[in-house]
Design a protein around this ligand. Structure first.
Ligand SMILES: C[S@@+](CC[C@H](N)C(=O)[O-])C[C@H]1O[C@@H](n2cnc3c(N)ncnc32)[C@H](O)[C@@H]1O
Length: 511
């Protein structure tokens, strides 16, 4: 298949405006100042002309362990396979429902994984499980969600449910309350207003915010604003089967389209006139540029050029590998285009922009992690004094056994954090991304590792910084650069003089 995207040719000039050059420094500065003040975090600044381009600098003195930044994500996703383990808000990523629902849902999904070879009804739900409660089947919102997750569940290991189905169901529907679980109360799980049965929220506010930010275009439910829900499901299935980074790219594109539509509506209201919406005239391009600004700030390269070569691919096959990655992105883009294409935002559907968005995720430090309250719950039970502990364990132990080793799996995903992604790496960092007890959602949290003085650059480590020099460099090659932090420059110099010393000793010195 030839992977030249026709849009790339047609929109070449708009694409190059979207990608090059990045917004003027003054605009970038204003953008970051607004962002920092919206986060009520006035102790930092973003500077653009540091040794490694943009960087975050302390604008106040910070003490050791002090919070430097809480950074909400621009876009984020929970890994599809992680959805089996954790039910979280699809917007802020905090755990929702109840301890009982978290445990019951996981055991239920494990049971579906086990029953992959069993006879299923036409909806793809395990008959064996559903038959026990067929009257409630249609009302059970989690059954709908399970349709999509079932594929992941069937590949999940050791999903062995030893508890009776009725017990699992009574955990899910709230009939069975576990001892002391009220101390770990969670926000209720609110279904997606679009009716997809795949997204859940901790509040109406989060549901609305997600709908406005990207979900109205990416919802597969009846109220979806996608062009074709069928095409959208195909796109999602392809992403689930290949690389979930495409889901993040789709969110980024939806986010930009919806921002563009809002900006355009406000612009037309100001102008008090209606222009032909088909042609991208100058005003529309500048609105698209404005909508794209939060994404334009991210450090980008084309995905197929910056992705590191997997260990099992030989150097001689590198070109073919990169072509394959490009073809995969092309296929995904065609599926997305069929689902949510918007003529006025046509350049966003070019392979060049798609490749750069995915490359941005590939190159930035993006892990989304939220600790599980189920782990806290079982630790609490374990710490209870006797006889309370014994009494509680009489009920909880069987659930712990059924859950197995994976009882404490945290919410895991990928996200783009606008300020954290400006933080440069150091192998001797003065800060780190670290979730404290009170950090219960998907925001990035940056904490000072030692006192940081006003004016000093705030650095984090993208990798395990205690590894030997060459191993660190190899890991950072995955992020597309060779580290030039003070520690690496020193160790590099030491390594060179050591090598020269050996050469001289062996008689290979300079002549
Ligand atoms: C997540 S971005 C950090 C922000 C970036 N400086 C910018 O201008 O957008 C990571 C990129 O910054 C540069 N960088 C960060 N830390 C570095 C280091 N210790 N040595 C060399 N380059 C570094 C590399 O180009 C890397 O790919």
């Amino acid at each position: 298949m030839e992977t030249i995207c026709p849009i790339d040719r047609k929109c070449a000039s708009q694409i190059s405006v979207l990608l090059h050059p990045s917004p003027p420094p003054l605009q970038v500065q204003e953008y970051f100042e607004e962002l920092i003040s919206s986060r009520q975090c006035r102790g930092i600044k973003v500077k653009q002309n540091g040794e490694f381009g943009k960087g975050v600098y302390a604008d106040l003195d910070f003490k050791e362990d002090e919070l430097i930044l809480k950074d909400p994500m621009l876009v984020g996703i929970q890994h599809p396979s992680n959805k089996i383990d954790c039910l979280v808000c699809s917007f802020c990523f905090q755990f929702i429902g109840s301890i009982e629902l978290q445990i019951g849902r996981k055991l239920y999904l494990q049971s579906l994984g086990l029953s992959a070879s069993k006879v299923c009804d036409k909806e793809g739900i395990s008959k064996d499980f559903c038959d026990s409660n067929s009257a409630d089947e249609e009302d059970d919102c989690y059954v709908k969600e399970c349709k999509r997750l079932r594929k992941c569940a069937s590949s999940s290991p050791n999903g062995k449910v030893t508890l009776p189905k009725g017990v699992v169901q009574s955990l899910m529907n709230g009939e069975l309350v576990l001892p002391h679980s009220e101390k770990f109360s969670l926000p209720p799980a609110i279904s997606c207003p679009g009716g997809c049965g795949e997204a859940y929220y901790c509040s109406k506010t989060c549901a609305e915010a997600d709908w406005e930010s990207s979900h109205s275009l990416l919802c597969t439910g009846e109220r979806s604003e996608a062009l074709s829900r069928e095409a959208l499901s195909k796109f999602m299935q392809h992403a689930d089967e290949t690389n979930d980074i495409f889901l993040l790219a789709a969110k980024t594109i939806s986010f930009t389209i919806l921002r563009y539509r809002k900006l355009k509506a406000a612009h037309l209201k100001r102008q008090n006139k209606y222009t032909d919406p088909v042609e991208l005239d100058c005003a529309e391009l500048s609105l698209l540029l404005e909508a794209w600004k939060p994404v334009s700030i991210g450090y980008k390269r084309r995905w197929w050029e910056c992705i590191s070569l997997p260990d099992d691919v030989d150097r001689s096959d590198e070109t073919a590998f990169r072509m394959e990655v490009r073809d995969l992105a092309f296929t995904s883009l065609q599926l997305l285009k069929a689902a949510i294409f918007d003529q006025e935002c046509e350049p966003l559907f070019s392979l060049e922009i798609y490749g750069n968005i995915i490359g941005m995720f590939e190159l930035n430090n993006l892990d989304l992690v939220v600790a599980s309250p189920v782990e806290d719950y079982f630790l609490y039970i374990d710490d209870l004094p006797d006889p309370e502990k014994g009494e509680a364990e009489e009920v909880t132990q069987s659930f712990l056994d059924a859950l197995g080793d994976g009882y404490s799996v945290c919410c895991q995903g990928t996200a783009f954090y606008p300020l954290q992604s400006c933080m440069n790496h150091s192998c001797c960092p003065n800060a780190r991304a670290f979730k404290r007890e009170e950090d219960k959602d998907g925001q990035a949290t940056i904490i000072a590792l030692r006192p940081i003085s006003k004016g000093e650059e705030v650095t984090i480590s993208y990798i395990e910084e205690d590894l030997p020099f060459e191993e660190r460099q190899a890991l950072l090659a995955d992020y597309g650069f060779r580290c030039r932090c003070t520690k690496c420059l020193e160790e590099d110099t030491q390594l060179i003089s050591k090598q020269e010393h050996i050469k001289k000793k062996l008689g290979f010195g300079e002549v």
